[in-house]
Design a protein around this ligand. Structure first.
Ligand code: ADP
Length: 355
């Protein structure tokens, strides 16, 4: 597709190729994330990061991601949420959403056109620690008792032809099982061949308070961002990979930001030390030659000229293990952005530290 795109002058053909490239990249990223999750599980490093979150909003977000596929297959998705579930819960919302997304996308995938899918959320046990049950029910192809046994194993699919016919890697349910276990619950199936499937899991969550600790919802931040919103602000981008510098500079073109670049930590340190008041913020890659982002940050924090000025330093790294993020904070960085960069998140950080 990249070759088709490069070799044609027809804009429609170029657009078509770009859409395909984007689809394939998103798909590939999904597989990479699953494989990464699986290796974390094998290395015993999958951990939860609990935050306070709005339960129903989380479900709506999951549904909005799935909905276009539901519509594509002319299926109906029915949502039943128990009114007694507290609005705010404390738990790892992203991991919970990951499990529900996995079950819903399987339900869509293994249910023919015009089928029906149900998402139920039930409060099993109320209190400071509450227990929830989530059910995803479909009327699709179903799974035989014998097949059910291996579905929660890594790379386990019902039949050897499944991957060819429906795609997928067979990792989703293995990952879901582990996440649910970390959340103090379990997951199981009730199904018969040809009669649809019901996936059920229970998890424990803490009851939230009032949602006051929840960060603002930033899903529409791109539209809300004014052109030149950060005019006159100057940031330093420390990043050794040229294409990553190009992406950030291009993405932030319209914001009015002045962006200087350093190609390693040492260069960043020299640029800041030579004019300590110059920068309003630093985006710091972690793995760089000569001097990495951790050391550069520690040195910047020790500069006497910056002793009374809190220069925000935001780590930009593909390392997503909890301890890597903690290492960034321990080195003196203020915050963290995961790669590949999500432009919405970049804007949120810019607003937070420059606004
Ligand atoms: P993947 O969907 O990538 O194959 P999963 O681990 O999510 O991986 O699912 C494993 C297998 O379980 C699927 O390949 C399919 O055979 C079976 N399966 C999962 N959900 C359903 C469902 N709702 N109906 C029928 N079979 C399902």
């Amino acid at each position: 597709m990249t070759r088709i795109c490069k070799n044609t002058n027809e804009i429609v053909k170029k657009d078509h190729a770009l859409v395909k490239i984007e689809d394939a990249s998103t798909h590939l990223l999904g597989i990479l994330n699953d494989v990464l999750d699986m290796s974390k599980i094998e290395a015993n490093k999958l951990e939860l990061s609990p935050v306070e979150f709005n339960f129903e909003k989380m479900l709506d977000k999951v549904i909005s991601v799935i909905n276009f596929r539901v519509e594509e297959k002319k299926q109906t998705l029915i949502k039943n949420i128990d009114k007694n579930i507290p609005s705010y819960l404390i738990g790892d919302d992203q991991r919970l959403a990951q499990v529900i997304t996995n079950l819903l996308s399987n339900a869509v995938k293994f249910t023919p056109e015009g089928g029906e899918i149900q998402l139920n959320a039930i409060l099993l046990c109320a209190g400071k620690e509450c227990q929830l049950r989530i059910e995803v029910i479909d009327n699709g192809i179903g799974i035989s008792a014998e097949q059910q046994e291996r579905l929660f194993d890594a790379f386990g699919q019902a039949e050897s032809g499944t991957s060819r016919k429906y795609g997928g890697t067979g990792l989703g349910l293995a990952i879901s099982k582990r996440i649910v276990k970390l959340m103090g619950g379990k997951i199981w199936i009730e199904s018969e061949m040809g009669k649809g499937a019901k996936f059920i899991f229970n998890v424990k969550m803490q009851m939230g308070e009032d949602g006051l600790s929840i960060q603002q919802d930033n899903s529409n931040i791109i539209q809300a961002l004014d052109k030149n919103e950060f005019a006159e602000k100057r940031i330093l981008l420390a990043e050794d990979v040229e294409i990553n510098r190009e992406i950030i500079i291009t993405l932030l073109e319209d914001t009015g930001l002045i962006i200087d670049c350093a190609e390693n930590g040492k260069e960043a340190l020299i640029m800041i030390a030579s004019d300590p008041g110059k920068y309003d913020m630093v985006f710091m890659d972690v793995q760089m030659p000569e001097m990495d982002g951790y050391e550069a940050t520690r040195c910047i924090r020790e500069l006497p000229a910056l002793a009374n000025k809190k220069l925000p330093i935001i780590a930009m790294t593909a390392n997503v293990f909890k301890e890597d993020i903690e290492a960034c904070l321990a080195a003196g960085m203020d915050d963290h952005l995961g790669k590949p960069l999500d432009i919405n998140e970049v804007f949120v950080k810019l607003r937070k530290y420059l606004g």
